[in-house]
Design a protein around this ligand. Structure first.
Ligand SMILES: NC(=O)c1ccc[n+]([C@@H]2O[C@H](COP(=O)([O-])OP(=O)(O)OC[C@H]3O[C@@H](n4cnc5c(N)ncnc54)[C@H](O)[C@@H]3O)[C@@H](O)[C@H]2O)c1
Length: 306
């Protein structure tokens, strides 16, 4: 199993590290445009192999796509991250050009690959890959919901005073501060709805904290986060590589599901060896339907900027 990660920055390197530590891939190629940068990150990571006990071979290359040939999975993290006070949507001008060029180069050398888009604004960048390549829709996946759901579970556990392993929950919708739809109605602690334990007000706070999860970290760190994004990507890569048939909310091209068409937005999907093997349609409440519709309008506004 060969995985390429484009962009050896904070998220790309963290993603390569988590993939290697989980020890399911034979090879990870890190590619960056900055001379020597990916080579340096790869060498540093390889020097953790004996300490962390993995056999995955990590190599770094400067913009040489021939080294990415025959990759089973390619992850795109190249582009600029947001700075404090910025929205993900403001990154579109620079990142659209990068994502378009990178995806075309990747497909030239790995026509059978599955692409995972991470660069922001992620739903629009995923849509751009659909529009600018002829990969089938099951092989283009946007990573946002897996991260947002992890942040949701963190906030739920905090509110419940419970260990995170007791908590389950999912965030669908657009990967933006206003677009996320945390499904509090369906979240549980050991199969018991969290609504049994938390007041409407407290759950409202959990939702708000989840939606601004990325912005909160960007303010604290001065740039966007990388550990949880890297771990979330590695979860998607592992589900595909190991044909796990796991369910994650991912940005996927909808064709009628959830009443939406011609848009990439977060919805639950089953991930396996063929990428997106199924889009799971769950019955939403009226309030959730409205929230999802508003979220889609926000994503479409950013798509229009393309
Ligand atoms: N989808 C998500 O949940 C999520 C989460 C966190 C960050 N992000 C996004 O991921 C992207 C990367 O964030 P980061 O913190 O790693 O940024 P970073 O600046 O640390 O790394 C980006 C890297 O991309 C490289 N790069 C730029 N243009 C390139 C090109 N044409 N080809 C190859 N490499 C190129 C840069 O040299 C840099 O090393 C940002 O757009 C950020 O907003 C998304």
């Amino acid at each position: 199993m060969k995985v390429t990660v484009v962009g050896a920055g904070a998220v790309g390197a963290s993603c390569a590290e988590y993939i290697a530590i989980k020890n399911f891939a034979s090879e990870v190629v890190l590619l960056d445009i900055k001379e020597g940068f990916a080579e340096g990150k790869a060498m540093d990571l390889m020097q953790t192999a004996s300490l962390n006990g993995f056999d995955t071979k990590i190599t770094g290359v400067t913009n040489d796509y021939s080294k990415t040939a025959e990759s089973d999975i390619c992850v795109i993290t190249s582009g600029i991250p947001r700075k404090p006070g910025m929205t993900r949507e403001e990154l579109i001008g620079i990142n659209a050009g990068i994502v378009k060029e990178v995806s075309s180069n990747l497909i030239k050398h790995s026509p059978e690959t599955i692409i995972i888009v991470v660069s922001n604004p992620m739903d629009t960048m995923t849509y751009l890959v659909h529009k600018s390549t002829d990969l089938p829709k099951n092989r283009i996946i946007g990573m946002g919901g897996a991260l947002d759901s992890a942040r949701f579970k963190y906030r739920l556990a905090e509110a419940l005073g419970a260990p995170i392993s007791d908590v389950d929950g999912m965030v669908i919708g657009g990967h933006s501060d206003t677009g996320m739809v945390p499904l509090t109605r369906l979240a549980t602690r050991n199969s018991v709805p969290v609504t049994e334990f938390l007041s409407e007000d407290r759950l409202g706070q959990v939702m708000e904290d989840t939606k601004v999860g990325g912005a909160t970290l960007t303010k604290l760190l001065g740039t966007s986060a990388w550990y949880a994004p890297g771990a979330a990507v590695s979860g998607l890569v592992q589900a595909i590589a190991c044909d796990q048939k796991k369910m994650f909310p991912c940005s996927v091209l909808l064709e009628g599901e959830y009443g939406l068409n011609d848009i990439c937005i977060g919805a639950p999907v089953i991930l396996g060896r063929n990428g997106i093997e199924k889009i799971v349609e769950i019955e939403l409440s009226d309030a959730e339907k409205t929230h999802m519709k508003e979220s889609a309008e926000g994503v479409r506004k950013t798509n229009d900027l393309l």
